[in-house]
Design a protein around this ligand. Sequence first.
Ligand code: SF4
Length: 238
Amino acid sequence: MLMKGYPTSYLLELYVRLLRRYGDPGWWPGDTPFEIAVGAVLTQNTSWSNVEKAVKVLKERDLLGPRALLSCPDEVLSDIIHPTGYHNQKTAYLKNLSSWTIELAGGDIEHLSHRDPWEIRTLLLDVKGIGEETADSILCYSMDMPVLVIDAYTRRFLSRLSPRYWDALSGKGKINYTTLQGHLMERLRGDPGFYNRLHALIVLLCKEHCLSAPICKECPLIDICAVGSGGYLSENGK
Ligand code: SF4
């Protein structure tokens, strides 16, 4: 039995409108799966522009491989990734990720692509420095697996779109990561490309319109959003 919350038809309408507005975002930028995984760690608590600066230097110094990263002295690596913040912690996290990649995949993340995503997710979550959002970003964008990333943007956007559906799903409490991810993936079944685009489109919308202080004018969802339409949503969510 499906859980309470957002109807599939409503969620699909959001997806179609966002795709029409932004097209396929073609995420995630990176030349190799390992580079994408490194970016997923570095982007914790910082903007993507800071990650780009660090990745550019890592690439110039030929450090974007697990063995190269592991052999790089901590102080050198920490200095390179300084723009991303928490650089000492992230140095350790990148080395943990590198060891994991070598031990589990012989140094090549692509060797894991045939494995079960949820099994790999469990193993990733055992790596210190990799939480649910980072693990799912690696699964979705680095390993091309059918997993939807949940982040603060997803929560903000969904709770504004329909407090009614949000409250029905949460029971007016907090919705944990697993519950929200399970709900959305149950209602929206798709291939890796679909989940890749869906998360990317939500991020694009939240950076252009659904900011901390929303700019609802010209938002493609204004007429099906409770906040954008002044609080009114009919029974079918429109
Ligand atoms: S209409 Fe406003 S609150 Fe609703 S999704 Fe768009 S920007 Fe966010």
